[in-house]
Design a protein around this ligand. Sequence first.
Ligand SMILES: *[C@@H]1O[C@H](CO)[C@@H](O)[C@H](O)[C@H]1NC(C)=O
Ligand SMILES: *[C@@H]1O[C@H](CO)[C@@H](O)[C@H](O)[C@H]1NC(C)=O
Length: 366
Amino acid sequence: MIGRKNMGRVSPLLLVLLALGFSFATYNLLTMIMHNKAFNSARWAVDDAELSDQMAGERTLGNSNSKFHVALTATDAPYSQWQCRIMYYWYKKVRDMPGSEMGKFTRVLHSGNPDNLMEEIPTFVVDPLPEGLDRGYIVLNRPWAFVQWLEKATIEEEYILMAEPDHIFVNPLPNLAQGNRPAGFPFFYIKPAEHEQIIRKFYPEERGPVTDIDPIGNSPVIIKKSILMDISPTWLNISLRMKDDPATDKAFGWVLEMYAYAVASALHGVQHTLRKDFMLQPPWDLEVGKKFIIHYTYGCDYNLKAELTYGKIGEWRFDKRSYLSGPPPRNLSLPPPGVPESVVRLVTMVNEATANIPRWDTLNHG
Ligand SMILES: *[C@@H]1O[C@H](CO)[C@@H](O)[C@H](O)[C@H]1NC(C)=O
Ligand SMILES: *[C@@H]1O[C@H](CO)[C@@H](O)[C@H](O)[C@H]1NC(C)=O
C-alpha cells in the first residue's frame, strides 16, 4: 500500500525527537526512513474546545451498533507469530457468532518487513522505531505502529479494537464503546494516583486531577477510529518522553507504555468505560463466564493435586514464556483434575487452534 503524499507536513516523531535533543544525524536518518510517509501535524495539537464540541455533538448520536476493526500489533519473532496464529484462528471462529460486532482483522506488523505469515493473516507492515530508540523496550513501537497504520491504511470500520497476540477470543465480542466513549479493561497494577509526582510531569495540574487518568493500557480498548487518530501521536510523544526520563522509566518499568496511553487519552479529555468483563487472566480469574478475551500473560503452574504453585515451576504448567523461540507442540497435556475452568479452557483452546492451523509444527522449524 502506498501512503498518501502530504508534502510539507511534519512527522510527530521527528518533533518529539528534536524536543528530546536527538542529534541531526538521527533527524536525517528519520527523514530518510520516513520519506513519502504522511502525517497530519494538525492532529498533533490538542484542541480542547474543538474536541469537546465534537464530543458533545456526537454523543447524542452515539450508538454502538457499528463494527470494530481488530488491530493486533505484533513483531516477526517466532514468539509473537505463534500467538498471533492462535489469536487469528479464534477471531475467525467467533467473528460470525451472534452477539459479535467484530469487523475485519489486521495484524499491524511493526518489524518493517513482511514475514512468513502474510498469506495466513491479513497484515499491514509498518516501520519500527529507528534503531536504539526503544532502548530494548520493544512495546514502545506500539504507539508508532498505530500512528502509521491509522494514517496509511484504509479501514472500513468506525471503531478499532487494540489487541495483543496473547489474547484469545472466548466469547463473541460486541462493540463495548458507546458513541465517543471508548471501553477499556482496568488493570489492578495501573495506579496513576499512587504516582502523582511522576504523572504530573506529563499531566500538569491545570489539566485536572490525576484521577482523570484511567487505570488502563491501550489494550484491550475499543475506541472510535477518529479519536484514536487524535490520541496516537500524543501517546507516542508521551511514551518517548517517559522512557527518556529516568525516574519515570524506573517507576513504570514494563508498564510504561500503558501509562503513556492512559495519560495521552486523558490529555485529550477522553475517559474510558472500565469493563472488567472485557478480559479474564488465568490463573487468577477462575472462570470464563461471560467474559470476552482470555489473556494468557501469567504462567499457570500447578502440582498434581491441582494446587497453584505460582512463581514456582509446577508439575503441570502452561506458560507462554516456555515457548520463546518457537511454537508449543500440538496437543498439550490438559491440567490435572481440579484445576480452574479458565486454565482448562485456555489449554483446550490452544490445542484446538494448533490442531487445525495448517503447518503448525513445521512453519518455524525449517
Ligand atoms: C510533546 O508534549 C509536550 C508536552 O505536552 C509538548 O510540550 C511538546 O510540544 C509535544 N511535542 C510535540 C511535537 O507536539
Ligand atoms: C493427545 O494426547 C493425549 C495424551 O495426553 C492422547 O491420549 C491423545 O491421543 C492425543 N491426541 C492426538 C490427536 O494426538
